[in-house]
Design a binder for this molecule. Structure first.
Ligand SMILES: *Cc1c(COP(=O)(O)O)cnc(C)c1O
Length: 362
């Protein structure tokens, strides 16, 4: 089935991660291509890292005593790093999807640590149970289900928040967290492989206390080594310079757009179009029942049984509209649409027209 050209979005990338990279970011990349293949310990790349750390501090109006830390390995590495370096004895988790579950699982496997987990069914949210622990962890935005959770400092220990798909597209008061970490292949419209984090003095202090104990910590998972390198605008080992350049391009663009609030507005506009459409459609409904928990950056839309989501997704793909599949293990008759900052709300409007066009003819 061919969708008429005039209905198609200009850019058909709606993945929830890796996600659309703005074509303009590639212009920035090409302009600075002479950095590729040069040492990350020499001024040009260190200045690039410094600019990224500075732009992130500005984007989030980071308090003076918070630090931007980065390293290789993506957001997943942070789970193992926190297991080794940040959680002293006990961590409580809110689990409400695959990403928040992965962190809880990683810590549960560490013999020296204990956990307590509050879990919610897919489409709902769960915050960590109250009670004594030294760390509390949950995801700001659960990318697997399209739910957003509040980020508040309601606990006595470190607050470790996975901001991977929320960062750069939703508002946040960083002071409510001790480690707010993310990877750049979502709202930051870059490639994967890198992790970044905002670390509070309390997080650094707890890591320093743990480092004094006999605990074995591999270098790649050593938070204090990463911090030490970050302060010098380096990474422990070789980073992908292309990822850094694309990230810088997006940070510059977000700044021009009007910063975090403008980015958040743009994402909310895109996802709002989808939720509004689904509420009024006779074959689609927002998957997340509570509007307050519907993600502004990853919209999940359930389809009625009369519409085969798999077939719809494959027809869309044939027409250049890609990656609107639901999360693998969720197993629902669903569309999941990345509404990140790089995605044009007009393209989301066009996507909705294309979905209606195909479903009417399926
Ligand atoms: C994508 C994602 C991750 C995994 O990121 P990687 O960089 O691939 O490790 C973790 N958490 C959340 C919430 C995500 O959306």
């Amino acid at each position: 089935m061919q969708i008429p050209r005039h209905l198609l979005p200009h850019d058909g990338r709606f993945g929830s991660g890796p996600a659309k990279i703005r074509p303009e970011a590639l212009t920035h990349f090409v302009k600075h291509a002479d950095l590729l293949g040069t040492s990350h310990r020499k001024p040009p790349v260190k200045q690039l890292v410094s600019r990224i750390r500075g732009s992130l501090s500005e984007l989030y109006q980071l308090p003076d005593d918070y630090e931007v830390v980065l390293g290789n390995g993506g957001a997943s590495l942070v789970w193992d790093m926190a297991t080794c370096c940040l959680i002293e004895n006990r961590c409580h988790f809110g689990v409400f999807g695959e990403f928040s579950r992965k962190f809880a699982n990683a810590v549960s496997r560490a013999d020296q640590l204990s956990t307590e987990i509050a879990e919610a069914a897919a489409g709902k949210i769960a915050l960590p149970p109250a009670g004594e622990a030294d760390s509390y962890a949950w995801a700001h935005n659960e990318t697997s289900t399209g739910t957003i959770a509040p980020v508040e400092r309601n606990y006595p220990g470190l607050i470790l928040v996975d901001g991977t798909s929320a960062a750069g597209g939703t508002l946040l008061d960083v002071t409510t967290t001790d480690l707010y970490y993310f990877a750049p292949q979502k709202n930051f419209s870059s490639d994967g492989g890198l992790w970044l984090a905002f670390a509070s003095p309390a997080a650094i202090d707890q890591a320093e206390q743990i480092a004094k104990t006999q605990r074995w910590i591999p270098d790649m998972l050593n938070f204090l080594l990463a911090l030490d390198n970050s302060r010098k605008n380096q990474t422990l080992n070789t980073p992908a310079i292309s990822t850094l350049l694309l990230l810088e391009a997006q940070l510059n663009w977000l700044d021009q757009l009007g910063g975090l609030s403008a980015a958040a507005e743009r994402c909310a506009k895109s996802s709002g179009l989808l939720y509004h459409w689904a509420q009024h459609s006779d074959y689609a409904t927002p998957f997340v029942a509570d509007p307050a928990h519907r993600s502004p950056v990853v919209a999940t839309i359930d389809l009625s049984e009369s519409v085969d989501a798999g077939k719809l997704i494959s027809i869309l793909r044939d027409n250049g509209i890609v990656d609107v599949d639901p999360y693998r293990s969720l197993g629902r008759n669903q569309l999941r649409i990345g509404c990140y900052a790089a995605v044009d709300p007009d393209d989301v409007a066009a996507l909705i027209c294309c979905i209606d066009y195909v479903v009417e003819r399926m």
